[in-house]
Ligand binder design. Structure first.
Ligand code: FMN
Length: 317
């Protein structure tokens, strides 16, 4: 792990036109480091000034108990994207709070706890355990399997998605952002259900289910057979889904899926996202978030915007 460089701590706002508030959380820019591609943030402290360059950090998905993740190959490169089946490897919520959060909270950047559980009660436990000093809000991953419902992901049915949302809301006063799965028939129905259940915001999209095959061995490349697709390949799908959800709900949206440049981020905001999140891009370039912020600011200047938020939902049809 890279040792954090305390001299990089800096509370100034580099781009005043990019400073935003999302679900009551003040951010220096509208870019959240996506869950699962940014570790716990500290891993990137040698590449970025966490207190300055990053709007917020959604930490690697946490679960009630430590998890080793899936066996076998966990990452496969695809045309314009990445397939992963990490299997939520993490040290568990309590270890994170005890060992990692004390270091992480010395940086001046909001931390979102990305949480998952195999059952609904576990989400309540996660919300309670992580409602501590240093956590600014929750990003609730509902793309994981519900063991009490034959392994079907919570996020594929409106009722189970809403049930998880109500459980988390009942156990925290912090903002609750529900992270939607794109692997559904009607994402708008699920977005409305979590809004009705009290969600403060929505983040979308999680990865699209896919697979890769090795023709020589005739076996699947990923140890878990299927994996989640992310990166530029998913961007058009993510944009369409963000646009559809933005028409249907009044809570704010964090848009993501294949954002590699400032232009990509602006497209998501025009489609209706209030802020964005960047994942796979940081696997290609660990400084991607700082570059994307700079490019967004250049766009704001070139378009003579008072503030980057002026373009949210500004798609002309
Ligand atoms: C290696 C990897 C691990 C991920 N782990 C998580 C996770 O733990 N929790 C979660 O909600 N999303 C997870 N995601 C999904 C990302 O946060 C994001 O929603 C998705 O990758 C789309 O954005 P991108 O194309 O910018 O990567 C993961 C993605 C990747 C590539």
């Amino acid at each position: 792990m890279v040792t954090p460089d305390k001299d990089m701590n800096n509370t100034s706002t580099a781009y005043p036109k990019l400073a935003v508030e999302f679900c009551g959380i003040p951010m220096k820019n509208p870019i959240v480091a996506a869950s699962g591609t940014f570790g716990f943030g500290l891993e990137y402290a040698g590449y970025l000034d966490l207190s300055h360059d990053v709007g917020a950090i959604s930490v690697k998905g946490l679960t009630p108990e430590p998890r080793h993740g899936n066996k076998g190959t966990r990452i496969a490169e695809t045309a314009s994207g990445v397939l992963n089946c990490i299997g939520l490897e993490n040290p568990g919520a309590e270890t994170f709070v005890r060992d990692t959060l004390p270091v992480l909270k010395t940086y001046d950047v909001p931390i979102l706890a990305n949480i998952s559980s195999a059952d609904v009660d576990g989400y309540g436990y996660m919300a309670e355990t992580l409602s501590v000093d240093g956590i600014a809000g929750f990003e609730v991953n509902i793309s994981c399997p519900n063991v009490k419902n034959g392994g079907m992901a919570f996020g594929v049915q409106a009722e189970s998605a809403a049930e998880v949302c109500r459980m988390v809301k009942a156990h925290t006063d912090l903002p609750v952002i529900m992270k939607l799965s794109p692997n559904v028939t009607n994402i708008v129905e699920i977005a409305k259900a979590v809004e009705d259940a009290g969600a403060d915001g929505i983040s979308m999209i999680n990865t699209l289910l896919g697979m890769a095959i090795d023709v020589r061995t005739r076996r699947p490349i990923l140890g878990n057979l299927y994996g989640g697709l992310s990166g530029p390949a998913v961007k058009p799908v993510a944009l369409r889904l963000v646009h559809q959800v933005a028409q249907a709900v009044s809570i704010p949206i964090m848009g993501m899926g294949g954002i590699m440049t400032g232009t990509d981020a602006v497209e998501f905001m025009l489609a209706g996202a209030d802020i964005v999140s960047v994942g796979t891009a940081t696997m290609v370039d660990p400084t991607a978030i700082a570059r994307i912020a700079k490019e967004m600011n250049e766009y704001a200047e070139a378009e003579e915007l008072t503030h980057i938020s002026d373009i949210v939902g500004g798609l002309r049809i």
